[in-house]
Structures are given as structure tokens and as C-alpha cells.
Design a protein around this ligand. Sequence first.
Ligand SMILES: CCCCC/C=C\C/C=C\CC/C=C/CC(=O)SCCNC(=O)CCNC(=O)[C@H](O)C(C)(C)COP(=O)(O)OP(=O)(O)OC[C@H]1O[C@@H](n2cnc3c(N)ncnc32)[C@H](O)[C@@H]1OP(=O)(O)O
Length: 299
Amino acid sequence: MALVAGRKTFAAGKTLLLRAGVWLGAEAAARGGNGARRFVSQRVLVESDVTAGIATIKFKNPPVNSLSLEFLTEFIICLEKLENDKTYRGLILTSDCPGIFSAGLDLREMCGKNLAHYAEYWRAIQETWLKLYLSNMVLVAAINGASPAGGCLMALSSDYRVLADNPRYRIGLNETLLGIVAPFWFKDVLVNTIGHRAAEHALQLGLLFQPTEALQVGMVDQVVPEDQVQSTALSVMTEWLAIPDHARQLTKSMMRKATADNLIKQREADIQNFVSFVSRDSIQKSLQVYLEKLKQKKH
Ligand SMILES: CCCCC/C=C\C/C=C\CC/C=C/CC(=O)SCCNC(=O)CCNC(=O)[C@H](O)C(C)(C)COP(=O)(O)OP(=O)(O)OC[C@H]1O[C@@H](n2cnc3c(N)ncnc32)[C@H](O)[C@@H]1OP(=O)(O)O
């Protein structure tokens, strides 16, 4: 993906200049007297408390925070910006869309497009995951809504997960329900989190867990009343930030490197696999039927 010097124009006609991951262009940034900063991009809202060294990224891609290519591009830029700014030691991931953390990959990016588009999209998905999973910051997911598939992967890539106690907020890797297969690195992250047997069960059946079940299986670390998700995430963050960075970061890297390397060493092959899988007629048909079902749900 074009995270090099270059120019990208987003749907609203807003032009951003990117140079080595630094956002130089039309970004609204304001700094309050209390150390609070707020960066606004179209689909990603970043709030930060400079004094505490904590930033919060709020996904803002309505209606369902699907991981469109445009969303991913903005998200990666924000993440790089925070990662490179040593002010920030902790990052909270949450949603600005009521009731939805993220609906996962944008199905419209995987349907009816050309092969080059599928390859570009998959590279952006890989890039997002690698940046999240290997972040030096402490990542806490404040999951304030439904979190299927790619949404679940984002949460699983954090260091700690707090889920709002609402039975509608289901979380899991439900790919098989769409007639597709979770990639090996989604599977690896799930296995690392809930263990092999539970992951095998969850993946084959495409299970979406309600909060109490998610807690029981170990997919999330805490379930709290909805109005306490953000405050709980903040107090967990404070606990984690009490650990010296260098020791915690080296430990995180030691725990995660092998899983990340597994993808890094075969990124191009993984892209080719995705492209040839998703462009099959049968897979295109399954995805279209699934999208149609979602659309008709309301009527
Ligand atoms: C052997 C070889 C193997 C090789 C393997 C190689 C590679 C692997 C190949 C493929 C793997 C690809 C991995 C994919 C992971 C994913 O993330 S797939 C996406 C899965 N996501 C879902 O299933 C979520 C679907 N959505 C929902 O369940 C619900 O929408 C919701 C999130 C629970 C919200 O419900 P709510 O009632 O509030 O909203 P609506 O359902 O009415 O939706 C509103 C609106 O949004 C559209 N929409 C919903 N989800 C998506 C989405 N993921 N992408 C795009 N659009 C979405 C929905 O259609 C509605 O649209 P509208 O009718 O036009 O308003």
C-alpha cells in the first residue's frame, strides 16, 4: 500500500500529503491547554491525552465501521503517526458508531472488483494487522459494539480486551458462515488467545460469542456494563503503563514475533492465495448472497 511519499485523495476530496508516514496535509489538529489533543480525519478520530501519554482511536466509518480501503488507509496513517511520536505509550481502540465496534472486512471490496484491487486490498489488511499486532504501544480494545471477523481480529491484536455487556455485541471469527475461510494468520491469533481446541471449534462453526461466552472462552479479558467500557479501558491502561516500556515491549515482541514472522515471510504468497480464492465464481456468489441477505434483513 502507498504508505510512501505520495498523495492520496479521499472521497470527500480531501487531499493528504504523506511522507514517510507523517501526515502533513489537511488535518484538523487542535491542542487544548490541558494537554488534550484531537486529530480529525474523515473516518478515524484520534483523541489524546499528552500528559498521560495515551491516545484513543475511534473508528468512524458509518454505518458499521467496515474496513474499507479508505478506512484502512486513514487508520494506518494515524497509527504510524502515534507510533512514531514517542509521546504516546498507550492506545485505546474503540468505536464512534453506536452498537458496532467493526463489521470486519468491507464485503464490497471483495465483490465484483478486479484482481489488482483484491491484491491492493489484501495488502492493506495485512499491513493494518502487522502494525497493530507489533505495536510498541500498549493496545487496549474498548469493544463497544458487535465485532465479527476482521473486527474481532483487530480486538484480538490488542493486548487487552474490555467488552460491553450487551448480548447484541457478539464477537468471533465467523468467516465460514460467509462461505469463506479465515486466513492462517487470523487463525494463529485466535489460537494464541483461546487455545487450539476452542479455536478449532469456533473457526469451523464460525461462532460469534455473546459477552459472557466470550469471557468464558478467553476471547475477551473483561465484560463490563456498557457505560463503563471506556473508564475500565483507561484504568487497565494505567496499570499496564506502570510497567517499564523497554521490558514490556521486549516481552511483547518475544511473545508475538513468531506469529507475525509467519505472515511476513510469505506475504506475497498470502496475497496471491487471497486473490485466487476470492475471485473464484463460487466465492463471489457466496459473498453476494451474504451481502444481499444483510441488505434484505431490514425489509
Ligand atoms: C483453501 C484456500 C484458502 C485460501 C484462503 C485465503 C484467503 C482467505 C480468503 C478470504 C478471507 C477474507 C476474510 C474476511 C474477514 C471478514 O472480516 S469478512 C466480513 C465479515 N463480516 C460480517 O459477517 C458482518 C456482517 N454484518 C453484520 O453482521 C451486521 O451488519 C452487523 C455488523 C452486526 C450490524 O448489524 P446492523 O443491524 O446494525 O446493521 P445492518 O446489518 O443493517 O448493516 C447496515 C449496512 O451495512 C452493510 N454492511 C454490514 N456489514 C458489512 C460489511 N462487512 N461490509 C460491507 N457492508 C456491510 C449492510 O449491508 C447494510 O447496508 P445497506 O443495506 O446498504 O444499508
